[in-house]
Design a protein around this ligand. Structure first.
Ligand code: ADP
Ligand code: ZN
Length: 288
């Protein structure tokens, strides 16, 4: 079966064709501009490939709730040209095939749960710390949606005593995303995250926020493993610091074997930045 996968991101669109095993056979990456510029290129690509189903993992907020009037739409995104855009309907009309739809980070969570580091587990979460912070929740063997989808990047966290930065979230200022996503690093310290490797205090504060979030998600969702992805996590010392602080903040309260073995509990993704598109393959399969 020829399966289409679209990882629709705020900066780039990754279009891919793969098979049931999650193997990616072809890929096309194009910059995210307006729907008028970007959609025709993607439609042409998938039409030419004659995909039999398509899965879309999309930047949000989106409406993934079937049976509601605006199902399949990108809703209140700050990317204005894409606001209230019927992305599922547009692909379905042209490609005449089933279209699966979820958030980009839910797709990444599903990719890892199907083909990667959380394969075989019924409960896991995938956190991305990049331009924003997002959390995909795989719970009891399926993606969690609730009334739409979790927006767990915007949880409120305890401020680091040495952090005076006001926070970058346009809605809440100092929510988790506002204090810990890539742009907040740049605004707080004056240079991009990738150039801050040698500054210990930067990663002290950063890991303090990420570890708190991991504690909160662990307490609320009880995942069997937590995957930490996104551009900021490429920072070499960060994963170790998060694990260390997580264990300290937990203070021995949860005593499962998973939590006690923290190197195995909080982990990096395993699919070489293809967790998103591979998750989209599975979204397509579930729809067909
Ligand atoms: P997106 O979230 O847009 O999909 P990424 O996950 O690649 O993209 O995240 C991009 C963010 O990660 C940017 O804010 C960038 O500055 C930051 N970033 C990229 N590499 C590093 C690094 N090595 N250390 C810290 N921050 C980084
Ligand atoms: Zn926020």
């Amino acid at each position: 079966m020829k399966i289409g996968a679209l990882e629709a991101g705020g900066t780039k669109m990754v279009c891919a064709v793969g098979n049931e095993k999650g193997e990616i056979l072809k890929k096309l990456t194009i910059p995210t501009q307006t729907p008028q510029d970007t959609m025709p290129k993607m439609l042409d690509f998938f039409e030419k490939e004659q995909v039999e189903a398509l899965g879309i993992g999309c930047f949000g907020p989106i409406n993934p709730v079937k049976g509601t009037p605006y199902y399949g739409y990108i809703t209140s995104t700050p990317k204005l040209p894409w606001q209230n855009y019927d992305i599922v309907g547009t692909f379905a009309k042209r490609l005449h095939c089933p279209v699966g739809f979820d958030t980009d980070v839910n797709a990444a969570a599903l990719g890892e749960a199907t083909y990667g580091i959380t394969r075989g587990l019924k409960n896991s979460i995938y956190i991305t710390i990049g331009t924003g912070v997002g959390v995909g929740v795989f719970s009891e063997g399926r993606l969690l949606h609730g009334m739409m989808h979790p927006e767990a990047g915007h949880i409120l966290v305890r401020r680091h005593p040495k952090d005076t930065y006001e926070g970058a979230c346009p809605f809440h200022k100092d929510c988790f995303e506002g204090l810990a996503a890539g742009p907040s690093l740049e605004k707080r310290w004056g240079v991009k995250g990738a150039e801050l490797t040698d500054r210990r205090e930067v990663w002290e504060i950063e890991s303090y926020y990420i570890a708190q979030a991991c504690v909160d998600y662990c307490m609320i969702l009880s995942p069997e493993r937590i995957v930490l992805g996104g551009g900021v996590m490429k920072q070499p010392s960060l994963l170790h610091l998060v694990r260390e602080k997580f264990a300290k903040m937990m203070a021995g309260y949860i005593q499962t074997s998973q939590v006690q073995e923290v190197e195995n509990y909080i982990v990096a993704p395993a699919l070489n930045d293809e967790q998103g598109v591979k998750g989209c393959i599975r979204l397509a399969l579930e729809e067909s």
